[in-house]
Design a protein around this ligand. Structure first.
Ligand code: AMP
Length: 469
């Protein structure tokens, strides 16, 4: 089946797809939609960017629209979508509203970090589709604003990220409140055993759909790395951003404070940059993201968790300022670029104590990352760079540490990840005293490169870059 109108979706949904200009299902949509229309449970291994939101939304909206037109009851919802982060929840709700626009179904979203009262007002009368982060959902349930007894369709998105953020107990509590008879959909970018076990709690004889082998690096991403001491990374980043032809660059740091520090340096060098992470208010994050989407801000500095699931097209470069200690995270990071058929470049800055992470990443992806040396005269160029701005970067948040972007019920340590190697030790570990890594071991993605995209790739740095050892 190669067109949406061959899948058996209701006409108002096809009309909404047409108005968005979508006529061909993506592979996950092609595989999942027919089974979901039959009422099967689904276990999907897919990253954001594959079209998975529409894959779970379209057949679900079809069911809700056809389900004897049952209106949502007070304090109830008919479909519940759980998302690990506020940004992803808002993005899912936006997409679903678009797909539901000719159906007359209500789609609401609730997440932490914003006042609860407006959300109480909005959903108190019941809603067809509720997209929520787990913490805020449980708060609303505890306050008697919503219950889950009317849920017909349950979607758990980004399950591996949920685990990294420490949501496991919240998910178990929510599981107990859901009706036994329901359709369940479970999505994760990776499926290690712990995630598969979590999935088996929710799913009944699910269809398993995997869109890209879970550890395959985006094929169109050109990956580079440079070995460098941690304290020299900032200068290298600034020089790279000054010399590269950047459309949009995402810079990954391990910590929230690290992200702010990088932004202060970039702003000092007149490079338009903003940070998003869990210490920023929702408003600040929305503004930064909007600026990045519309091109006013070319450089977004983010922690893994804040960036996860964010769908921005036209990201030409991903910089791994720190290397993730979990190899899968690297794949997620570099997957932010090379979307929608574009080429992408990933550049990793590797401190001596991060070299083992690179070995793990290359083992996982089965690909070698090309080594690139430091620019000629690096030390002199670094010396001449301007000082960082002293004031906190615009949009500096007030939020306390530890709340992450997890929707409002910060867990202590929110997001120490799997396999967490000790952080904060070793000369080059970027987690410094008094800081906390945001989110799971945030390993990171990486793939460096320095290529002038228009002038022919790596050659663009000829004469400036010498081979690294
Ligand atoms: P997702 O993986 O759900 O975040 O989707 C990634 C992006 O692809 C979003 O911007 C969607 O709106 C878009 N998209 C989803 N399905 C299709 C499709 N069949 N054709 C074109 N674009 C799509």
């Amino acid at each position: 089946m190669s067109y949406f109108n061959e899948l058996g979706l209701a006409e108002p949904i096809l009309r909404a797809l047409k108005s968005k200009g979508y006529d061909t299902p993506t592979p996950i949509q092609r595989d999942a939609i027919p089974a979901l229309l039959e009422g099967r449970d689904l276990c999907g291994i897919a990253q954001t960017g594959t079209g998975k939101t529409a894959a779970f939304s379209l057949p679900s909206l079809h069911h809700l629209a056809n389900g004897e037109g049952r209106p949502p009851r007070f304090h109830s919802c008919r479909m519940l979508v759980l998302s690990p982060t506020r940004e992803l929840a808002a993005q899912i709700a936006d997409n679903m509203r678009g797909y539901a626009r000719f159906l007359g179904l209500s789609v609401d979203v609730v997440f932490g970090g914003v006042p609860i009262n407006r959300q109480i007002k909005k959903i108190g009368n019941g809603t067809d589709v509720l997209v929520a982060t787990p913490g805020r959902l449980l708060d609303l349930i505890q306050q008697g604003i919503i219950h889950l007894r009317g849920v017909e369709i349950f979607v758990l998105d980004e399950a591996d990220q949920m685990m990294d953020l420490g949501f496991i107990n919240d998910l178990k509590r929510i599981d107990k409140m859901l009706p036994k008879k329901r359709q369940s959909l479970f999505f994760s970018a990776t499926m290690p055993k712990a995630i598969a076990d979590l999935g088996s709690r929710f799913l009944d004889n699910p269809l398993r759909v995997e869109v890209a082998p879970q550890s395959t690096t985006a094929e169109r991403v050109t990956q580079y790395m440079t070995f460098i001491n941690q304290k020299e990374k900032q200068a290298l980043l600034t020089l790279k951003l000054q010399s590269e032809e950047i459309e949009r660059a995402l810079v990954f740091t391990r910590t929230k404070h690290g992200a702010d520090r990088v932004v202060r340096h970039l702003q000092g060098a007149d490079l338009p940059a903003a940070a998003i992470h869990g210490n920023k208010s929702q408003n600040q994050r929305t503004t930064a993201l909007q600026g990045f989407r519309d091109g006013r801000i070319k450089i977004l500095v983010a922690t893994d968790i804040a960036a996860r699931g964010i769908d921005v097209s036209g990201v030409s470069h991903v910089f791994n300022f720190e290397i993730p200690n979990v190899a899968e995270q690297y794949v997620h990071r570099i997957g932010r670029t090379a979307r929608a058929g574009a080429d992408g470049i990933a550049i990793s800055f590797v401190a001596p104590d991060e070299k083992p992470y690179i070995r793990d990443i290359e083992r996982l992806t089965g690909e070698r990352i090309e080594k690139v040396g430091l620019p000629e005269n690096f030390m002199a160029l670094a010396e001449a760079l301007p000082k960082p701005v002293r004031t906190p970067p615009r949009g500096h948040g007030r939020g306390g540490p530890g709340r992450g972007n997890q929707g409002g019920r910060g867990k202590p340590g929110g997001g120490r990840g799997r396999g967490g190697k000790p952080q904060g030790k070793g000369p080059n570990n970027h987690v410094q005293k008094g800081e906390r890594s945001e989110g799971g071991n945030s390993g990171g993605p990486k793939k460096p490169h320095w290529r002038n995209r228009k002038k022919g790739g790596v050659g663009a740095h000829k004469g400036r870059v010498k081979p690294s050892s």
